[in-house]
Design a protein. Structure first.
Length: 748
């Protein structure tokens, strides 16, 4: 036997003797099968105050058709002839991502009642507003940049109104499976009424109309799939020769999926643009005071108690190509003046929820904003089809004016006062207080010479003008390998005073095997370096998920075990966020998602619940804990993972315990270093069946074909058990396959 093994055995024997002695001193020799000691007077690291947060990416219809409460898809008719979109699908059955024909209007259905005759055509002859061209793109290169700012509206030419001629907006979803889908696999040219109308709820309508000598009336109402009216009727007439905004309230009669019908009753010509339908304030998050956010989805985020919020990507922040690049200035100001984009994930982003709303959302969640900016290199995950040129002085100036100024101006927008150009804009929007931006990410899962050259230009410009801004760098798209090693080598040399964004998507075994990944003695990558606390570099686990199981419960156990390691090492890992955050049923681009939803409700995955338990039960200091021992032979239980913290102000103790085994474990807990009495509780999630998915199957959602007895029931939810007043020693039973929070609150 070698010397190392002898030393380990000696240490185990000493620990066993000390453990038994401590129990003897407590005059309570345990007979429970398991034992653990809390040494609350032996404090450890400071727990990062920003450890738990959110990563919101516009994927899986998370924005339009998701957190955005605006219910009309293609509401500005810009989803036509979109630059950078493509034909997609199997050979012989390809679809255009968005409308290619001016008379096939994406998400809308032509209505002809009786013998009505007419046309509804997408045209660019009547722009509603003038888009501000914040970015000086090269008008002489291979791209026709003017296409970015072309505006469309609908021209109605009616020969015979019959019993009514017009269009109906179908809303977002429903997305049929397989060959029944229309359009892109992750977007959908919805032709089924999908507006989730609720009985006696009012909806605020807004739209722009312009006549051309049109003599008739425009009637607007909700109707169901059978054409039966489901609301009152709003009527507008005497249309002017210039654009005019019309508004009103539409109140639903029944809780049934509907469409918004816009019907003309006379021959003639008129124009329609920018149709919005938003539920009344009672249906919005915080009564609409923050913006047009869907209530249940934002309340689910609120319950996660996030400390930060990263947005809008991920890959979405970079874009897949020249046209899909994401620029924040195009997303602020009046909603009519925002420039929509075909995003990285193949859906349309109208910008109804844009950067300004993201900042408001983060502020209302009491989460520090962490925006991610385009760096001039489009998503390498998608093949990196565009790299901003830097070959000439003119190109370098253009790079500065677009990408560098985007970073500098965003900081000014967030933190500047009325004397600054962009601070004044924020104040004019109605937000006099600064957003207090502290973090800025440049790029996403990037690597290579082209990225680092452009990163360096932006980084130096930011640090020169705003040295207090913490810039987020990247280790790439994987937890190890050449890209990981090369990126860290560059960061170690040039950007040590940064936070490194690490991403990984893997399986149960990886998460269990990496519970000690960030321990100070563990080697980081191939250079032989460790996660050295003596250096300023820190880690942001910006995206992680057990993505091999579609949110089956056993993925939760593995992730929770891993997350105890993040907390135990939060002197190094200062931030962490699950990804993706949201997925709309029928529109999944990713297999594992924290929250699944449809048009009417949502399902919180079991992964959501362990994160909620962890984020809502955490102190500011770690303290010492022994391993969980098996009483019979004093061997360590390798299926139990722990992290203890204490709130040094209140004295509340939180012990996270993951029991990753299908065995209930009755345990004696001994509190050393405190003579206080505590009110003890255990909050947990548990299941005999680890294959359970809270969200059910992908094709189970509101009004999905063939789905009956529909509900939003979540099979696994947190449970709480009161353990009473304890001191010194108490027993607790850890349920089978469980994630647990043992909470000890000082009491008299």
């Amino acid at each position: 036997m070698n010397s190392t093994k002898l030393i380990c055995l000696a240490i185990m024997l000493i620990n066993s003797i000390l453990f038994s002695a401590a129990l003897a001193q407590n005059n309570d020799i345990t007979t429970t099968p398991y034992q653990v000691q809390l040494n609350v007077d032996k404090l450890g690291i400071d727990i990062s105050p920003t450890l738990h947060g959110l990563f919101f990416e516009d994927i899986n219809q998370a924005n339009d058709g998701g957190i955005s409460a605006q219910l009309i898809q293609n509401n500005s008719f810009q989803m036509y002839n979109v630059p950078g979109s493509s034909e997609i699908g199997p050979e012989g059955n390809k679809f255009s991502e968005f409308s290619k024909s001016p008379t096939q209007i994406y998400g809308w259905t032509l209505i002809k009642k009786g013998d009505a005759i007419g046309t509804a055509t997408t045209v660019d002859e009547k722009p509603l507003v003038s888009f501000t061209k914040y970015y000086n793109f090269d008008q002489n290169d291979q791209y026709d940049d003017a296409l970015k700012y072309k505006q469309y509206s609908i021209r109605f030419d009616i020969k015979n109104p019959g019993n009514g001629f017009g269009l109906a907006a179908n809303g977002f979803g429903i997305n049929m499976p397989g060959p029944d889908r229309e359009g892109h696999y992750y977007s959908n040219n919805t032709q089924t009424p999908s507006i989730p109308a609720n009985e006696n709820v009012s909806y605020n309508l807004g739209l722009y109309l312009q006549g051309k000598g049109y003599p008739g009336t425009i009637s607007i109402y909700l109707e169901d799939v059978n054409g039966e009216r489901n609301s009152n009727v709003l009527t507008f007439k005497d249309l002017p020769d210039e654009w005019e905004k019309y508004s009103g309230n539409i109140k639903a009669k029944r809780s049934v999926d509907s469409r918004l019908a816009i019907i003309a009753d006379a021959a003639g010509t008129f124009y329609l643009d920018f149709v919005t339908l938003v539920p009344e304030a009672s249906q919005l998050w915080r009564n609409g005071e923050v913006g047009d956010f869907r209530k249940d989805m934002l309340e689910a985020l609120e319950n996660l108690n996030p400390n930060f919020m990263r947005f809008p990507g991920g890959c979405a922040s970079e874009g897949p190509n020249y046209w899909g690049q994401y620029f924040w200035k195009n997303t602020i100001g009046p909603v009519e003046e925002r420039v929509g984009v075909r995003n990285h994930w193949g859906t349309w982003t109208s910008q109804h929820i844009g950067f300004y709303e993201y900042f408001l959302m983060a502020e209302a969640l009491d989460a520090k904003p962490l925006p991610v900016l385009n760096n001039g290199v489009t998503c390498q995950f998608a093949g990196r089809s565009y790299i901003a040129p830097l070959n000439t002085e003119e190109e370098k100036k253009r790079f500065y004016d677009i990408y560098v100024k985007d970073a500098l101006d965003l900081i000014e927008f967030c933190n500047g006062d009325e004397s600054t150009e962009w601070g004044a804009k924020r104040i004019a929007f109605g937000h006099p207080k600064p957003f207090n931006l502290e973090y800025l990410a440049i790029g996403n899962e990037n690597s290579g010479k082209e990225f680092w050259e452009r990163f360096d230009i932006i980084y130096n410009a930011v640090k020169e003008k705003h040295p207090d801004i913490m810039v987020i760098t990247t280790s790439g798209a994987r937890s190890s390998g050449r890209e990981f090693n090369d990126n860290y080598a560059i960061i170690d040399e040039k950007y040590p005073n940064s936070i490194v964004d690490e991403h990984y998507y893997s399986n149960d075994n990886w998460f269990y095997s990496n519970t000690q990944r960030y321990n100070s003695d563990k080697v980081r990558g191939a250079q032989g370096n460790t996660y050295d606390r003596e250096k300023p570099t820190r880690v942001f686990v910006g995206e992680f998920a057990n993505n091999s199981t579609n949110n089956a419960y056993h993925s939760t156990l593995a992730e929770a075990a891993f997350a105890t390691g993040l907390e135990r090492n939060s002197d190094m890992v200062v931030m962490a966020a699950y990804a993706p955050l949201f997925c709309k049923k029928g529109f999944a681009k990713w297999g594992a998602n924290l929250i699944w939803f449809d048009n009417r409700g949502l399902w919180r995955s079991t992964n959501y619940y362990y994160i909620s338990l962890f984020a809502n039960n955490i102190g500011d200091k770690a303290f010492d804990i022994t391993p969980f021992y098996k009483t019979e032979d004093m061997s360590e239980d390798e299926k139990v993972f722990t992290s203890p913290t204490i709130d040094t102000q209140s004295g509340i103790i939180y012990v996270k315990v993951v029991n990753a085994e299908n065995i209930s474990k009755e345990t004696t807990v001994t509190i050393n270093g405190s003579k206080k009495k505590y009110l003890a509780t255990i909050e947990y999630i548990s299941s005999d069946d680890t294959s359970v998915k809270n969200q059910g199957e992908q094709d189970y959602y509101s009004n999905a074909p063939g789905v009956e007895n529909f509900s939003y029931i979540e099979p696994i939810m947190p449970q709480t058990q009161e353990l009473g007043v304890v001191s010194n020693t108490f027993t607790v039973a850890l349920p089978v396959n469980s994630v647990n929070i043992i909470k000890l609150t000082p009491t008299k």
